[in-house]
Design a protein around this ligand. Structure first.
Ligand code: PLP
Length: 352
């Protein structure tokens, strides 16, 4: 019989609001946000814009909506955005950029999602005239989710920014986990964010709020995004009750992301010891661990099933790799349990 899940490493979206967060939510002042009258949403939007060094912010129900609003600000129908082939905006937003905004996409292939600035620089085509598709936007992701929580080097981002600025190509950052990049490197959030025209950040991943993201940018861009948010059906009313959870998360759960990073690294060291070649522990920079379990003879789906039998839940990425994600609701004891189970399975290999 499968035991109850003791370490749920499926995703950092699983977190439940803490009692203190629930109290902040229950006490939130609210108003009608479609009229701009929800004080809790206004406070959150202003605080996130301030932290990221942009003029204005817009609260959205999801990270996908924040990204999609951001993309459409920069790209006209029939133009293209370019991003790496594992980016969330092309892998996991269900073609929304094409469906809603007529945006065409091209991708470059990266290692672990890590940005090599020459790749977007070589890929973009500007002034294409009546023959080829014109590149209007470069999208980067920091940290990189499917790449394994990879932190993008600031110098690489700056190199892309310098090249795009010359040819008037915009830049959008999918910063769902920019918080993690900031905590891992100590680089201020605004130093990353100022290299982009728009940035989306998620409150409902490692920060632990139940709902919401914020899109930041210049005032006029955010005013336009606000119109499109309503058009997309994202104009919520007394949603300050949700935004208060997000603001609480920003103020109280940011620095603790370092605990998630340390636990992920500890697990990576243990896994590398029993299955050399499965993972380079130094590549685990934040809260996401992706490892190749085929080197230990496992198919990813089989290892996922065997670990679940023992109360450890994670995710198969393709046939050979698995992804484990640390967050607010996995503590040291949960991490110890996950390490015990997964190292034993890696060592033994599949039994039949
Ligand atoms: C990098 C990245 N961007 C955007 C999103 C979208 O967030 P949401 O699930 O709130 O739409 C996710 C969700 O996992 C993500 O990992």
């Amino acid at each position: 019989m499968t035991s109850p899940v003791r370490a749920d490493l499926l995703s950092d979206t699983l977190t439940k609001p803490t009692p203190a967060m629930r109290e902040a939510m229950a006490a939130a002042e609210v108003g009608d946000d479609v009229y701009g009258e929800d004080p809790s949403i206004n406070a959150l939007e202003n605080r996130v814009a301030e932290l990221l060094g942009h003029e204005a912010g817009l609260y959205t129900p999801t990270g996908s909506m924040a990204n999609q609003l951001g993309l459409r600000l920069h790209v006209r129908p029939g133009e293209e955005m370019i991003c790496d082939s594992l980016a969330h905006v092309v892998r996991a937003e269900l073609g929304a950029a094409a469906v809603f905004s007529g945006i065409s996409s091209r991708t470059w292939v990266s290692q672990r999602g890590l940005l090599d600035p020459q790749q977007p620089i070589d890929l973009m085509i500007t002034g294409a005239g009546a023959y080829q598709v014109n590149t209007a936007l470069v999208v980067l992701e920091n940290t990189h989710n499917f790449g394994g929580g990879t932190v993008q080097p600031l110098e690489a981002i700056r190199a892309v920014r310098a090249a795009t600025r010359e040819v008037h190509v915009s830049m959008h950052l999918d910063g769902a986990r920019l918080w993690n990049a900031h905590v891992a490197t100590g680089i201020p959030l605004a130093d990353y964010a100022q290299e982009f025209d728009t940035v989306s950040v998620c409150l409902s991943k490692g920060l632990g709020a139940p709902v919401g993201s914020v899109l930041v940018g210049a005032r006029d861009a955010i005013d336009e995004a606000r119109i499109w948010r309503k058009r997309y059906g994202g104009g919520m009313r007394q949603a300050g009750i949700l935004a208060a959870g997000g603001l609480y998360a920003v103020e109280h759960h940011l620095e603790r992301l370092a605990d998630d990073h340390a636990r992920a690294r500890r697990a990576a060291v243990a896994f590398a010891e029993v299955a050399p070649g499965s993972i380079d522990p130094t590549s685990v920079e934040t809260n996401i661990l992706v490892m190749d379990v085929s080197v230990a003879g496992w198919a990813s789906a089989a290892l996922v099933a065997a670990a679940l039998e023992e109360g450890v839940r994670f995710y198969a990425v393709g046939a050979k790799a698995v992804r484990l994600v640390w967050h607010l609701d996995v503590d040291d004891a949960g991490t110890d349990h996950a390490i015990d189970v997964v190292t034993r399975l890696l060592r033994s290999g599949p039994t039949s």
